[in-house]
Design a protein around this ligand. Structure first.
Ligand code: C2E
Ligand code: CA
Ligand code: CA
Ligand code: CA
Length: 278
């Protein structure tokens, strides 16, 4: 490296420039998308295993790009998280999800929880007030709303995070712990935070029933959740074999392609009318 330092510096800075330019391009595109109404929410239903009744749905954001078509969140959410734009995206998602739930509430749809994903950067002291304000503006019953947070959210200042969670809890809005088992934090937080539901990550569901480790992990999460008095849901359920295993293990709820992919509102409403509310 010492032989030709200038060249390596030039190489790396050019490389960095390209990455940075790409990021700035996506960021300014996303900023415009927010203004132009190019974001939409898809909805994926969640079902109670015993009854097969719909008990919830997850709101999942998509970017309807003018030239690229529908861009999945994996291609812009991580960047939005590093740039901080996730705060504006999250505000739009909460607003849109509550507007949709209020329409269903007013139409007399039997209530189910509509879950919104909340990134660690959005989990600030102003979040509970924004949630309360949004519920009030739409006259939405808080039992319609759930927030999905990840373990990374819990790894910040304990007092602060507990305060925010308690406040959300007081509003009557449910909290679930997403991607459970993929993070690093200690299990002791489970008894200290007001969490309602554990969500088993798809990376574990996928290995059921062939992979012994995945079965053991999923089974352990389920029995721990039950002993702690928490509800437990498995995401990414694609096969009847996975469903059978989860039912046997005592899992409460499932979500996945076996039942339905995330759907645009019109198709989700058709599912409600024709299948899921029966
Ligand atoms: P996630 O929260 O873990 O959401 C579950 C992902 O698994 C979704 O991908 C969903 O479409 C997918 N999925 C559900 N069931 C199945 C299945 O049976 N098989 C397979 N192969 N996939 C399944 P999606 O919609 O692409 O979202 C990816 C991630 O983007 C989400 O992971 C979440 O972390 C993030 N995300 C999506 N919407 C939002 C949002 O509004 N706000 C924030 N902060 N993050 C979001
Ligand atoms: Ca989620
Ligand atoms: Ca997640
Ligand atoms: Ca996941």
């Amino acid at each position: 490296a010492a032989a030709n330092p200038d060249r390596s510096v030039a190489f790396y800075s050019q490389d960095m420039n390209q990455g940075m330019q790409e990021r700035m391009r996506i960021e300014s595109g996303l900023r415009q998308a927010l203004g132009n109404g190019e974001l939409i929410l898809y909805y994926q239903p969640k079902f109670e295993i015993g009854s097969d009744r719909i008990v919830g749905a997850e709101a999942l954001v998509r970017w309807v790009h003018p030239t690229r078509g529908i861009v999945p969140p994996g291609e812009f959410i991580p960047l939005a998280e590093t740039t901080g734009l996730i705060v504006q995206v999250g505000e739009w998602v909460l607003e849109q999800a509550c507007a949709q739930a209020a329409i269903w509430q007013r139409a007399g749809v039997p209530p189910f929880r509509l879950a919104v994903n909340v990134s660690a950067r959005e989990f600030t002291a102003s979040l509970p007030e924004r949630v309360a304000d949004t519920l009030a503006r739409y006259q939405l019953d808080p039992s319609w709303l759930e927030l999905e947070i990840t373990e990374s959210t819990l790894m910040h200042d304990f007092e602060r995070v507990t305060g925010i969670m308690d406040h959300i809890n007081t509003l009557g809005v449910a909290l679930s712990l997403d991607d459970f088992g993929t993070g690093y934090s200690s299990l002791s937080y489970l008894k200290r935070f007001p969490i309602d539901t554990l969500k088993i990550d798809r990376s574990f569901t996928t290995g059921i029933p062939a992979d012994g480790s995945d079965c053991a992990i999923a089974g352990t999460i389920i029995s721990m959740a039950r002993q702690l008095g928490l509800r437990v849901i498995a995401e990414g359920v694609e096969t009847v074999e996975q469903l059978d295993f989860l039912r046997e293990a005592g899992c409460d709820e499932v979500q996945g392609y076996l039942y339905s992919k995330p759907l645009p509102p019109v198709d989700f409403e058709r599912g409600l009318r024709e299948n899921w509310l029966l």
